[in-house]
Design a protein around this ligand. Structure first.
Ligand code: SF4
Length: 217
């Protein structure tokens, strides 16, 4: 990985900057815990979808800023992309952008409700319209179901290969990844381990990857 100078920030009147400023003020869902957590306003062809921020991300002010993020960025480091470069060059979104709170049982976070997912999808629809992504990375079951437009029986069905879909009206390539949460062991044992490796190889071989990171590797 080579250190490259950061790209200049977008102008204040760029549609993505205007969109992000409105998004961070959103308080539509009564049962989530603000603040809104979302990535930088980046004009790019790579669009990333996580599930929801965890308890720490709001205070830090960026997605995947805690333990799951460490694992996630370790994965991307194996294909030559540092966390700083990824955050700078990829538009990072999530199925919902506010911490849903802890689940009443099991120690994990509450799964967002259908109403919250649908409410937050309006923001994502607008982002897809502005960014016009070529390649979408869906991280974890909720994000995968958002992109695939269907319920998943098993992660094994989708993680790894390059797929194509009409996403909010835009034809995109997409790749499914497991969620890097410490609560999931799927990616640590077979067939998850191999399928995660396949997904990273698929990403590294995609033309959007070279165009986005070519000078930083
Ligand atoms: S989860 Fe999304 S729609 Fe709901 S309040 Fe947060 S930003 Fe708004």
């Amino acid at each position: 990985m080579t250190a490259v100078p950061p790209r200049p920030a977008l102008q204040k009147n760029h549609p993505l900057v205007v969109h992000r400023a409105a998004l961070v003020e959103c308080r539509r869902c009564p049962n989530v815990i603000p603040p809104v957590v979302t990535g930088r306003a980046v004009a790019t062809e790579l669009f990333f979808i996580g599930q929801a921020p965890g308890v720490h991300e709001g205070a830090i002010g960026q997605p995947f800023a805690w333990t799951a993020g460490k694992t996630l960025f370790r994965w991307f480091a194996t294909i030559g992309v540092s966390e700083a470069t990824f955050r700078e060059r990829v538009y990072m979104t999530a199925v919902i952008r506010c911490f849903p709170g802890k689940a009443s049982k099991g120690g994990g976070d509450r799964v967002p409700s259908r109403a919250e997912i649908d409410e937050c999808a309006a923001w994502m629809r607008e982002e897809v319209r502005i960014v016009r992504p070529k390649l979408v990375l869906a991280i974890g079951r909720l994000a995968i179901e958002r992109v695939a437009g269907r319920k998943l029986a098993k992660l094994d069905e989708v993680v790894g290969p390059l797929q194509h879909v009409e996403f909010f009206g835009a034809p995109v390539d997409w790749i499914a990844f497991p969620h890097p949460s410490g609560l999931s062991s799927w990616h640590k044992s077979e067939p998850g381990k191999k399928l995660l490796g396949d997904a990273l190889a698929t990403l590294a071989a995609h033309p959007s990857f070279a165009r986005t990171f070519g000078d930083a590797r």
